[in-house]
Ligand binder design. Structure first.
Ligand SMILES: C[S@@+](CC[C@H](N)C(=O)[O-])C[C@H]1O[C@@H](n2cnc3c(N)ncnc32)[C@H](O)[C@@H]1O
Length: 288
């Protein structure tokens, strides 16, 4: 596989209704395993200001439907005197509520002065398809500028190279399920998306944050296994589609081929049977 030139902040996922639905399912499945919206070290109060950077979802087919995403879920449990700000490159998937505002922002570019030093918490979730390997530290340093002294950076993410196929009965093989994940990993490497999540806590420390801590959650709650696996399958479809659109998919030339692979994976999951499995990392650090 050839390494194609990488653009700064190139997004290796699609932005549409199906992706918004996938993100919502992913959010619920992760939450069922993590159990909190804010790390226990973060003490809440009535006038918190919270930034969610790369905030994402909210796109709904039916406007009366309420999406359960991090920012919206948090708005439901915090007093309405708290102000919650979502930052994203795109508002395609953004939810609305009185004390939630949306701001267009590339997290790799300097935030406007009006936001600097204003936040008790800056939250980031799932940037693996967004940031290239050399952009993680830039992102961390930039997002820290939003924090007040004593404010927390919380980052929740997973690594594509940590996804494994599990549950395959002895004597059987899940060739297609394995191929899907291998292809994703090669595609992400080719596009420069190879986050070393284990290094993220060190990046927090290097960037001047204190009391840094990493918790790793094994997503093994049997009740969420099926949905979690589906988010990976659709994630494979959406990452490959984005790579195809960006001319960064060496091994497939058409959407039909991507859909064929998806069907073959679904068949393995059902017939072998098997499922996808990975860990989620939660990293927090406090600004001095
Ligand atoms: C995988 S989604 C995660 C959304 C949400 N945080 C969640 O947990 O469901 C990544 C989000 O980051 C946004 N994004 C990607 N690159 C970005 C950048 N350079 N600056 C700001 N947002 C970015 C995308 O538009 C997308 O909404």
């Amino acid at each position: 596989m050839t390494n194609k030139p990488q653009s700064r902040g190139e997004y290796l996922l699609v932005r549409n209704m199906a992706e918004s639905e996938r993100l919502e399912m992913q959010f619920k499945a992760w939450q069922a395993n993590i159990g909190y919206l804010l790390h226990p070290a973060i003490k809440t109060h009535d006038h918190m200001r919270i930034a969610d950077v790369g905030t994402g979802t909210g796109l709904v087919a039916n406007p009366s439907e309420r999406r359960k995403i991090w920012l919206r879920e948090l708005a439901d449990v915090l007093p309405s005197t708290c102000q919650l700000d979502g930052f994203d490159l795109s508002d395609t998937m953004f939810p609305s509520k009185e004390n939630i505002s949306f701001h267009h922002q590339n997290l790799l570019e300097l935030f406007p002065d009006e936001y600097l030093g204003k936040y008790d918490v800056a939250n980031v979730r799932v940037m693996i398809a967004a940031l290239s390997s050399n952009e993680w530290e830039v992102a961390v340093r930039n997002i820290i500028t939003l924090l007040k002294p004593g404010g927390y950076l919380q980052w929740v993410d997973c690594a594509a190279h940590e996804v494994v196929v599990k549950g395959v009965p002895e004597g059987k093989r899940a060739t297609n399920a394995q191929h899907g994940i291998d292809l994703i990993q090669r595609t992400m490497i080719s596009a420069g998306k190879t986050p070393n999540l284990v290094a993220l806590c060190g990046t927090f420390q290097k960037s001047g944050l204190e009391s840094c801590e990493e918790r790793i959650y094994t997503l093994d709650n049997p009740e969420t296994r099926e949905n979690l696996t589906l988010t990976v399958v659709t994630g494979i479809q959406h990452i490959l589609t984005a790579a195809l659109n960006l001319d960064k998919l060496d091994e497939m030339q058409t959407i039909d081929q991507i859909m064929e692979l998806k069907e073959a994976i679904l068949s393995d999951l059902h017939n072998v049977p098997c499922y996808y499995f990975f860990d989620v990392h939660v990293v927090v650090g406090r600004k001095a």
